[in-house]
Design a protein around this ligand. Structure first.
Ligand code: HEM
Length: 379
């Protein structure tokens, strides 16, 4: 993806990328851990893969994790919804957003960096020191699992739960195979290892059930109160889904009805920023809604500048985030005239809403305006 294309992604694209790369990083890290754990069995059981092939796969998976994590971190920061700084990705437990759970991600990342550096310096370090650090690096996996459960927006979605459960099951089975097959001389320790791993599984399941899968986890996890919905709006569901969702970003999660069920009109205040790109310009409107609807409206407009001012629109993205709603309605501008536009937004094929905005934009990029919304029924 070119830097220009990357820079022109909308806020929700960053968010989708952050979630997608989180899932991919977890899969790759799991693969790397399994290959590391089972590596010593390579000659003991079929298929008899050559040692160099397993080692190369293990190393490549680990390096790929780092590459995917860089995108995961950058998109988490660029998303801009939560106050996450680049430094939060390496300094654990200091972020304003879910410090413990984001901090576990940073810790996991730090361990992986330490692992990579020491692997590069393996000859200089000596085998003993390198191996000690390598064992420590295995800790990055459970820490990352806890991070994903504690911060992820998709934690309640079945596929993310299934993915996490499959990763955990795969590593546990690999550890059992390693313990039970590879080292007959430590047979006495097998029951203890078995009990320990079962206890860890039960503890993890209990944590998920009592923590992230419960209502109100966002608050308990340390989401800044400014991001949490105060109360459900008349039209919106309860703040129960107030995980990241509370400010309306839990797109794709389980809202049964649209957050907007009746017509409304609201005041708009905010800012307009403009970025020049290779083939035109991108305008970003970051607006706050007050009055008949509280929340945020984000509009991104791409186009070619017209002589004498204005923009010939080539693409647009509109995100309506009612306060307290568990999801954002997304859509596009369907008509644009001067500083007015009509947009249609909807939530995953459910009920759609027509938005009509009338704005006045001052020379400094300040925006004042009005917005009306009319539910259209299921599109
Ligand atoms: C080994 C390191 C890491 C792994 C394997 C990992 C993996 C994950 C996973 C699986 C999720 C859940 C995604 C979802 O629910 O859709 C997640 C969420 C998240 N991660 Fe990471 N992560 C790591 C490190 C980090 C770091 C260092 C940061 C620092 C910026 C970070 C920021 C986030 C954020 C902000 C979310 C929430 C995204 C959302 O709204 O769903 N992660 N991560």
């Amino acid at each position: 993806m070119s830097p220009t294309a990357f820079a022109s992604l909308g806020p929700s694209a960053y968010w989708y990328l952050a979630r997608g790369t989180g899932a991919v990083a977890l899969i790759l890290l799991t693969l790397s851990v399994i290959l590391g754990v089972l590596g010593s069995l390579r000659f003991a059981a079929p298929p008899r893969w050559p040692r160099f092939a397993i080692d190369a796969l293990h190393r490549d998976a680990s390096l790929l994790v780092l590459a995917v994590l860089v995108i995961h971190i950058v998109t988490s920061v660029l998303d801009g919804f939560a106050p996450i700084k680049l430094l939060d990705s390496v300094i654990p437990f200091d972020s304003r957003y879910r410090p413990l759970w984001l901090g576990l991600g940073a810790l996991s990342f730090d361990l992986l960096i330490a692992l990579t550096i020491t692997s590069l310096l393996r000859r200089r370090l000596g085998y003993g020191a390198w191996r000690a650090i390598h064992w420590l690096a295995y800790a990055s996996w459970p820490v990352a699992v806890l991070h994903g459960l504690g911060t992820g927006s998709d934690v309640k979605v079945w596929w993310m739960l299934a993915l996490t459960a499959a990763c955990v099951a795969a590593v546990v089975v690999a550890v059992w195979i390693r313990i039970f097959k590879a080292q007959p001389e430590i047979a006495g320790g097998r029951p203890a290892a078995f009990v320990l791993s079962i206890s860890a599984l039960i503890a993890l399941a209990a944590f998920a059930l009592l923590g992230p899968l419960q209502r109100g986890w966002a608050r308990r996890a340390g989401t800044p109160t400014t991001l949490l919905a105060a109360h459900a709006t008349a039209a919106g569901p309860s703040p129960a889904g107030a995980s990241r969702a509370s400010a309306g970003q839990q797109r794709g999660v389980t809202a049964a009805t649209s957050p907007v069920q009746r017509s409304f009109s609201a005041r708009l205040t905010g800012t307009l920023t403009q970025h020049l790109v290779a083939n035109g310009a991108i305008l970003d409107l970051a607006l706050r809604m007050t009055g008949g609807m509280q929340g945020r409206l984000r509009v991104r407009l791409a186009g070619a500048p017209l002589p004498g001012g204005g923009l010939s629109m080539t693409g647009s993205q509109v995100d309506l985030a009612p306060a307290g709603a568990p999801s954002v309605l997304e859509g596009r501008i369907v008509a644009l005239q001067g500083q007015r536009f009509v947009a249609r937004v909807s939530e995953h094929g459910r009920a759609g809403v027509e938005l009509r905005a009338n704005m006045s934009i001052d020379g400094g990029g300040g925006v004042l305006g009005t917005l009306s919304g009319t539910p259209q029924g299921a599109p």
